[in-house]
Design a protein around this ligand. Structure first.
Ligand code: C5P
Length: 220
């Protein structure tokens, strides 16, 4: 049977994860956080003593192909260890961005990502869900928000976790990550031709979710 999939792509800290997971919850669909796979790959590579550089592309790709991961009750286990916290830091995001620019690493993760597409359906978030991984998806959303708003939201999140960091540093970091993701040769961050644009700078999460659900209804 044909398994429905909704893609939500967009830049760093645009709120993709929140929007995608909430949409999945409301529809009773599965949820794929594809960025987590790049974050985990980077962590696994660093732990194996590999610098995240093109000279190690093939070795990192091999690690990515055989990641010993399991998703259990909302936690991610790497070789049995809960790495949920370790992969959520800003550094982990920057490291993910480095390994994700290596084409062999991207190919190594294709099958794993496509395997999440099971009944009753999937909501997937990332950078290339609509352009590469689920090209035939009936609904593709490209989610954006101004850099100022994204830095502000990320700042609030980190402060609430007790991390001390300035908005300016965060904004510079996320703009650097956007630049790398947009300029890389393979699967760069860009809206799919058939993507619908959603700017959530001035929206609540509920409003964004309602918009995506309304678009999804139109397609049924
Ligand atoms: O979405 P998240 O911030 O967790 O992603 C971390 C990094 O992984 C991104 O900056 C991007 O470089 C990479 N990524 C990617 N393709 C995806 C998801 C994430 O290249 N589908």
């Amino acid at each position: 049977p044909h398994v429905p999939v909704i893609c939500i792509d967009g830049p760093t800290a645009s709120g993709k994860g929140t929007l995608a997971s909430e949409t999945a919850r409301r529809l009773g669909y599965h949820y794929l956080d594809s960025g987590a796979l790049y974050r985990i790959t980077a962590l696994a590579a660093l732990r194996a003593g590999l610098a995240l550089e093109p000279e190690h592309e093939q070795r990192i790709a091999r690690l990515a192909r055989d990641l010993p991961i399991r998703f259990v009750d909302g936690t991610v286990l790497l070789a049995g260890e809960d790495i949920g916290e370790a992969i959520r830091s800003e550094d982990a995001g920057m490291n993910a961005s480095k390994v994700s620019a290596l084409p062999a690493v991207r190919s190594a993760l294709v099958a794993l990502q496509q395997g999440f597409r099971t009944l009753p359906g999937l909501v997937a978030d990332g950078r290339d869900m609509g352009t590469v991984i689920f090209r035939d998806a009936p609904l593709k959303v490209f989610l954006t928000a101004s850099a100022a708003r994204r830095a502000e939201r990320r700042h609030k999140q980190l402060i609430s976790k007790g991390v001390s960091v300035t908005i300016d540093t965060l904004r510079a970091d996320l703009e650097a990550r956007d630049a790398r993701d947009t300029q890389r040769a393979v699967a760069p961050l860009k809206p799919a031709q058939d993507a619908l644009l959603l700017d959530n700078s001035d929206q609540t999460i509920e409003q964004s979710v309602a918009q995506v659900l309304a678009w999804w209804d139109e397609r049924q």
